[in-house]
Structures are given as structure tokens and as C-alpha cells.
Design a protein around this ligand. Structure first.
Ligand SMILES: C[S@@+](CC[C@H](N)C(=O)[O-])C[C@H]1O[C@@H](n2cnc3c(N)ncnc32)[C@H](O)[C@@H]1O
Length: 362
């Protein structure tokens, strides 16, 4: 996609999935953090856009704001929104949309127009510090390409407890310009390393794709405990973009996967978990359970493990969810390939509700 010039532009089909995932995830994130442990939380949209598309569809900042406004019962924490948009006309458009909403007193919305994400974040950072730390933050980083989203900034956010990032890695654009001599410094900044230069020299498109993807994944992994990537590819099986999610909270990872698995397929695009190059898993209505079964059996064969270990493995090391593995354990137990060593009292066969239950794979 070439970056549009007008203030608002038509919504492309591939953007819909991104918005749907964002919305689903925020429905969980805001309520977990707000009703739970924290008096203040921060939502950043670093590349906010005008807040709506040419057909009247909501843009990402309005999706976040309306999600927060839609809670019943209402959110009790102080919720800060920082929307940054470099183009003044787009920022003005966004302000106009926000002015149509009635905001409760615990919402604080700042639109930084005519400023870059980096400049705005650096300027406002001190105002979001509580007890010496950045308040719990979700940062959505959604540039048209790669400029303006330096890795140093991503790292700075991830270094703080309960802070996470969701980055739209515009592979198609990045790949198109990766060998452009004018972009060397920008790519150094975006990847936070010079290693991308090695990827750029790969002539095979598939190799280059994996190399750039894996590099960004590794970079995020230096700052976050859990990192996953999701690939949106078109009907010709060409990568359009990757969404990278990085967090230090296991619950966050679970909620993001839930959002991914529930995203509707448009038919035009294919949406898959791309974290492990050897284990691409499509987000389909009917998950590919044989794949997860094979992963679990390979991992735990001949070993004694707890149900909790299997859940953690499924969530952290595979594309699957915590709701996906129990049916597999049931099948394995019924076919005698799994023995329960320490059952919970009054357990029914085929049930695995207690994470402390010990199992042995034969
Ligand atoms: C992909 S669009 C954002 C779309 C929006 N997040 C959504 O999903 O509705 C990227 C936006 O970032 C703005 N932009 C470009 N460079 C920027 C920078 N360095 N900092 C902040 N905004 C920037 C562009 O003007 C454009 O409106």
C-alpha cells in the first residue's frame, strides 16, 4: 500500500482484521488492568491517523476510546489516552471525532498533532510516571512503513513492568525499500541493530522474509518475556504485514491469542501465527488439533508433567490457546497414551481441571 495523501482514506480489507484484533484485545486488557491492580493505565496510539476511514469506519484511536467507553460497569481506573499523529490535518480530524464523545472524568485524552511519536512520547513521558515507573501501558505502533518507530523507543516501553507493545510491521513496504541506499539509517533505527543488512542481501524472497521477521522477533525477545508474531498474507500467499505482540504478562499473551483466534477470516487474506517458521498455524474456526497433539506428545513423551506445565507449553511455545489442549489430553488418556499419576480427588476420566495434576505420557 502506498501511503495515502488525503486526510482520510478508504479502509483496506487487511486493515479490518488488525482493528478487530485490537478491539478484542483491548476489551480484555483495559478491564484486567483497570478493575484489577492499577489506579491508572495508559493507552498509546503512536501513529493514530485521523480516527476514521472514508466509509465512516472507525480508526484505531476511536476503536480504543469507544471500547473503553463501552464497558459496563464503567472502568474505574484513570485511563490516559495518548494519540500521536504527525499530520496536523489528521490530528484535527481526530480531535473533531473525540469532541463528539462524552468523556467521563476519569478519562484523559491527549491528541499530539504535528508531532512525531518519538518526539511526543519523549516530551510527555515524565507526565506518565508514577512511583518512578511508567504506568501500565499498551502501545500500538502502526506506521505506514518503518520510519518514526525506532526500536529504542519500543525497548524503553518494554523495559517497564506491565507495559507492552503491538507493532504493525509493514513487511511489504519494508521489503520494497530494504536495499534503498537512503534508508540505511532509518532501518538501523527501526531494527535497533545493523543485522538487517545481512537479511537485505538475501536474494531469495522467502529467506529475506524470514530473516527480517526473525530479527525483529529476536530484538523484541531481548526486552520481553513473551513475543508472538502473526502474519497477514494475501491470496497469492505473499506477506502483507506482520503483527508483533510483546509483553511480560502471561495473561496478556493469553488474551492476545484469544483475540487472534477469534478474528474473522475475510477469505481474501490468510491470517496465521508466524512465530516459529517450522510451525505456521492458521487461525481457523476449527483449530488444527493434530498439530498441537503432535507438539505435546513430542515435547512430553516418556515424561511426567503437570497439567499446568502442558498449559504453559501450549500458550507460550505454540500458536494454540489454553482452551485447546484439554480435549487432546482426554483423547490421549482414552487411548491409553497418557496415565494420570496423581488425580485430583473425585476426578472424572478425561477431565483435567486441576493444574497440579500429574500425568505421564507413555
Ligand atoms: C497506518 S496510518 C495509522 C492508521 C491508524 N493506526 C488506524 O489503524 O486507524 C499511519 C499514520 O501515522 C502518521 N505518521 C507518519 N509518521 C508519523 C510519525 N513519525 N509519528 C506519528 N505519526 C506519524 C501518518 O500521517 C498516518 O496517519
Amino acid at each position: 500500500m502506498t501511503a495515502p495523501k488525503q486526510t482520510i482514506w478508504p479502509l483496506e480489507a487487511h486493515t479490518r482484521a488488525k482493528h478487530e484484533i485490537l478491539k478484542r484485545y483491548l476489551q480484555a486488557w483495559m478491564v484486567i488492568l483497570s478493575q484489577g491492580r492499577f489506579p491508572e493505565i495508559l493507552y498509546i496510539d503512536g501513529f493514530a491517523g485521523p480516527g476514521e476511514y472514508a466509509g465512516g469506519e472507525a480508526g484505531s484511536p476511536m476503536i480504543a476510546l469507544d471500547t473503553a467507553l463501552g464497558y459496563k460497569p464503567p472502568l474505574t481506573a484513570k485511563v490516559h489516552f495518548l494519540f500521536v499523529e504527525e499530520r496536523a490535518d489528521r490530528a484535527d480530524h481526530l480531535r473533531g471525532l473525540i469532541a463528539q464523545r462524552s468523556l467521563p472524568s476519569n478519562f484523559s485524552v491527549v491528541v499530539e498533532g504535528g508531532a512525531t511519536f518519538e518526539a511526543a512520547f519523549t516530551k510527555l513521558y515524565p507526565s506518565f510516571i508514577r512511583n518512578g515507573r511508567l504506568m501500565p501501558t499498551f502501545a500500538f505502533i502502526d506506521p505506514f512503513g518503518w520510519t518514526g518507530a525506532p526500536f529504542s523507543l519500543v525497548k524503553r516501553i518494554l523495559a517497564q513492568r506491565s507495559c507492552e507493545v503491538f507493532v504493525n510491521f509493514m513487511y511489504e513496504e519494508i521489503n520494497r525499500f530494504i536495499s534503498h541506499p537512503d534508508q540505511i539509517d532509518n532501518f538501523d533505527g527501526f531494527f535497533g541493530t545493523e543485522e538487517w543488512r545481512r537479511c537485505a542481501s538475501a536474494s531469495d524472497p522467502r529467506t529475506r522474509n524470514r530473516c527480517l521477521h526473525d530479527l525483529y522477533l529476536r530484538q523484541l525477545g531481548t526486552s520481553a518475556d513473551y513475543v508472538r508474531s502473526f502474519e497477514m498474507s494475501n491470496a497469492r500467499d505473499v506477506t502483507d504485514y506482520f503483527l508483533f505482540y510483546a509483553t511480560n504478562e502471561l495473561l496478556g499473551l493469553k488474551k492476545m491469542k484469544e483475540a487472534m483466534w477469534k478474528a474473522d477470516e475475510s477469505g481474501e487474506f490468510r491470517f496465521s501465527d508466524a512465530t516459529d517458521p517450522n510451525q505456521l498455524v492458521l487461525f481457523e474456526k476449527a483449530p488444527n488439533f493434530p498439530t498441537l497433539q503432535a507438539r505435546i506428545v513430542t515435547k512430553f513423551s516418556g515424561r511426567q508433567v503437570s497439567v499446568g506445565d502442558i498449559e504453559r507449553f501450549s500458550v507460550v511455545e505454540t500458536a494454540f490457546r489454553e482452551t485447546h489442549y484439554k480435549g487432546i489430553l482426554k483423547t490421549l488418556e482414552q487411548s491409553g497414551r497418557l496415565n494420570v499419576i496423581e488425580p485430583a480427588p473425585s476426578r472424572r476420566i478425561g477431565t483435567f481441571g486441576d493444574p497440579a495434576m500429574l500425568l505421564r505420557f507413555t
